[in-house]
Design a protein around this ligand. Structure first.
Ligand SMILES: C[S@@+](CC[C@H](N)C(=O)[O-])C[C@H]1O[C@@H](n2cnc3c(N)ncnc32)[C@H](O)[C@@H]1O
Length: 268
């Protein structure tokens, strides 16, 4: 297929990408036929996938809003994805135009789009880094330039830790990042889980294992362990629609169909 202007040369447009597949689920336009095909295969197994992506994105909006109200003015968003409606800097800078945001993603398409979107915004930037190298993220010149790690930071890892298998020791990595943050910092996580639908997830894990984006959904207790050393703010770790909904009607009778746990922890 022809390469559109926005896809950098180094991007393989014949291999599905999780970032672009997620963009497609959210109704975005930065995806290719391979991404849409992969998304439809996933939807065949998990018909609630679009709702799950929307519920996760809505959590980002509420969590960032909560953190800004709590006084956080700088954000490190790891696994930030292809920019779509309601990005972190838009939510935060609406309240405080001086809020600073560093986006991090491993995917060059996500990074290329973020660069285009952030051109002309001196207080927000994007870096291409891998969560599995926390020192590379924390020591990155752009992170050092924009974020003051002596002051509270909002560390966001939404819908991305399930991309890190246990063999890469994600709990140790999150602990390293947490240890680099100042008191008053917050950690927001959303994470896929098989808890609500073990039969469906067994098949998703099996098939994703043969793809370029293997998934490791985790149990409630395994997700909770990411918050070690932090104090979970109300309402704790819950199904994603249940985390401080804007309206009670936003939570339907089966929030477990979201297949996502969400929580925010505070470093005291
Ligand atoms: C489903 S998207 C989530 C986007 C955004 N955080 C949200 O919740 O709306 C997951 C993102 O994590 C990124 N990702 C996966 N593994 C990563 C890693 N090891 N380091 C950095 N980013 C990673 C993917 O490229 C993708 O853009």
């Amino acid at each position: 297929m022809d390469r559109p202007d926005w896809a950098p040369e180094r991007v393989d447009i014949d291999r599905p990408s999780a970032a672009r597949g997620y963009d497609y689920l959210l109704g975005g336009s930065h995806n290719f036929a391979v991404d849409r095909e992969a998304a439809h295969q996933a939807m065949a197994m998990m018909p609630d996938l679009v709702m799950q992506a929307q519920a996760n994105r809505a959590f980002l909006y509420r969590a960032v809003g909560y953190l800004v109200e709590a006084g956080v003015r700088q954000f490190l968003d790891i696994g930030s994805g292809v920019p779509t409606v309601g990005n972190v800097h838009e939510v935060a800078q609406r309240v405080d135009p001086q809020a600073r945001v560093v986006y991090v993603d491993i995917d060059p398409v996500a990074v290329a789009h973020s660069q285009a979107m952030l051109a002309g915004n001196p207080l927000a930037t994007v870096v291409q880094e891998d969560l599995r190298s926390p020192a590379g993220i924390l020591g990155h010149p752009e992170v050092r330039r924009l974020l003051d790690l002596e002051a509270p930071v909002g560390l966001l890892m939404l819908a991305m830790l399930h991309a890190i298998p246990d063999s890469d020791q994600p709990h140790r990595i999150v602990g390293q990042l947490r240890d680099a943050l100042a008191p008053g910092s917050h950690l927001a996580i959303s994470h896929a889980t098989p808890d609500g639908r073990p039969d469906v997830w067994e098949r998703v894990v099996q098939l994703s294992g043969q793809s370029s984006y293997p998934l490791t959904p985790r149990s409630r207790s395994d997700v909770e362990r990411f918050f070690s050393g932090l104090e979970l703010v109300d309402p704790g770790l819950v199904w994603v629609p249940q985390w401080r909904p804007e309206h009670p009607d936003d939570v339907d009778g089966a929030p477990e169909h979201s297949s996502i746990y969400a929580g925010v922890g505070r470093l005291t």
